[in-house]
Design a protein. Sequence first.
Length: 306
Amino acid sequence: MTTTAFYPVGTAGIPWGDAERELWLARQRKQRSYADDVLSVVEHLRTRFDVFEYGRIEVGLEVYPQVALRSRNWREDLPSVLVTGGVHGYETSGVHGALQFLDKNAERWDDQVNLLVVPCVSPWAYERVQRWNAQAIDPNRSFRADSPVAESAALMRLIAPVKDRILLHVDLHETTDTDASEFEPARAARDGKTSERETVPDGFYLCGDSENPQLDFQQAVNTAVAKVTHIAPADEHGEIIGSKVVAPGVILYAYKQLGLCAGMTNARYTTTTEVYPDSPRATPEQCNAAQVAAVEAAIGFALSHA
């Protein structure tokens, strides 16, 4: 772990105010297209799934529709599965893995589960390759009552009518080198703290819920993913990103206490995937495939143990 003090916005040791947040926002640049990368693929899937807009993110003059896809043959007698991606917009394979699952793998689960898939929760952040929303707030710490984050609040409204009927929720994420080089220093600067940069693990791992670990489930998912890409080892302290490894490639967080996306339902099975796209041992295609493998294995386990 190394400690750094410099970030180009704000004054070290002093939390940001409105001026600093506005300066940070002004530094963000569009790097890719949500319409081209996500909405065009969703349009292609419209013939096979019910597609609907569940919210809108407005930043200045820009308006981003938040879209979800649902099984066309939704049945009340079937268990329901929720898949979310792009809660952190910069985590690319979460978005494209969710879309790839729908395009190539979802039909095998027809007549077994109801699927509800939200491929890109944070479209503004997707375009800016950014972790936060436009107000410099982390959506994945904001899934709580009266959330100040539009991205999180809209998704919670969507899920509210079915949250007690969801069997499984898989939230697709990445851990990248920029977590250490950009986002941890930015968070420390925003909060007026000193940046402590954790070592980024090389490989795939899962973050389960400390209140509902379901370790057999987590290990079944990792076993499937290991056929696609490598599982992250524990560091010399027996940890991954500062958390104790409780099973190979598995750490635990308090989902609901931390306001994490994967804690917004009362699902029996929940997991947060973490792919490492910067590994010299993994390609973007492998990262997408790892996300798909995780979803497939999670559904298979949940159904066989329901």
